[in-house]
Design a protein around this ligand. Structure first.
Ligand code: SAM
Length: 256
């Protein structure tokens, strides 16, 4: 594992924790509300009574939603600042400072479900992270991983006036794994650090770490949520732009 990269991303997320809370608040941002959260809940099903890990929980909007649906929730994030904000909102959630690459505070086989919501593209060590997710799940347990779509970089994308045509600007080779630095967007003032890898790397890491892929979606708005889009631009973006990709994984059963 490249500890310099982990340290850099750790410092970055500590720096932006308050801004992140402004971004997602208690309900998630518009991309989550319009596009990916419905897929997440479809993949998760009824979580009542389940032991669920929100891996890379940030300021905890999803942890709180899981709790309100009856799950017993652990939220981990390696950013102390994120966990401070999450804890300050007060609830029965066990928020812990821990790294997704090791999940050192979590026992083997102790969880029914791991959900990682927009985290994997921020982690340099994908294989270590997926192995840790696998280790903490019981046999047959489910992991739901949603991350920025690696085939459609949002930075530098342009759209026709009616937003039915999108053009994605590849300023680097798609197949080359690499650290990327994006300029600040929205209300953020800090550059964003993330790690590009081709889509096939994800599938291979899921398989190698002991998961079967049981479902796959490229989240987009569905008609029943059109009314939630704040304006025409957000509706058209949600109809036309693949922001994320969502996998439902199941821990393979041991063969004796
Ligand atoms: C894009 S934010 C998403 C936060 C949250 N899941 C949400 O949807 O609001 C990515 C989060 O992953 C956390 N993170 C990044 N690398 C991590 C690691 N190695 N271990 C634990 N958390 C990590 C960051 O601190 C940040 O809170």
């Amino acid at each position: 594992m490249n500890t310099k990269e982990i340290d850099e991303t750790h410092d970055f997320w500590n720096r932006v924790a308050d801004d992140w809370d402004t971004q997602v608040g208690d309900q998630g941002d518009s991309n989550r509300i319009l596009n990916s959260d419905p897929v997440l809940w479809k993949f998760a099903g009824d979580v009542s009574g389940l032991n669920v890990l929100d891996a890379g929980c940030g300021t905890g909007y999803l942890s709180r939603k899981l709790l309100s649906r009856g799950a017993t929730v652990i939220g981990v994030d390696f950013s102390e600042k994120m966990i401070d904000v999450a804890r300050s909102k007060g609830s029965d959630i066990d928020f812990r400072v821990d790294s997704c690459c090791s999940l050192a505070t979590i026992d083997d086989g102790s969880l029914d479900m791991v959900i990682s919501n927009y985290v994997l593209m921020d982690i340099p060590d994908l294989d270590g992270t997926m192995s840790a997710f696998n280790r903490v799940l019981r046999e047959g347990g489910v992991a739901i991983v949603i991350f920025s779509h690696p085939c459609f970089p949002q930075g530098g994308a342009t759209h026709s006036n009616d937003r039915t045509i999108s053009q994605y600007n590849w300023s680097f080779p798609y197949f080359k794994r690499q650290k990327r630095i994006d300029p600040p967007w929205g209300h953020f003032t800090s550059e964003f650090i993330w790690f590009h890898r081709p889509l096939s790397d994800y599938w291979k890491a899921f398989n190698l770490s002991g998961f079967d892929v049981v479902d796959l979606e490229e989240p987009r708005i569905t008609e029943d949520r059109y009314h939630l889009a704040e304006n025409e631009r957000k509706l058209n973006n949600s109809l036309n732009r693949p922001y994320s990709i969502a996998f439902k994984l199941r821990k393979k059963l041991k063969t004796s």
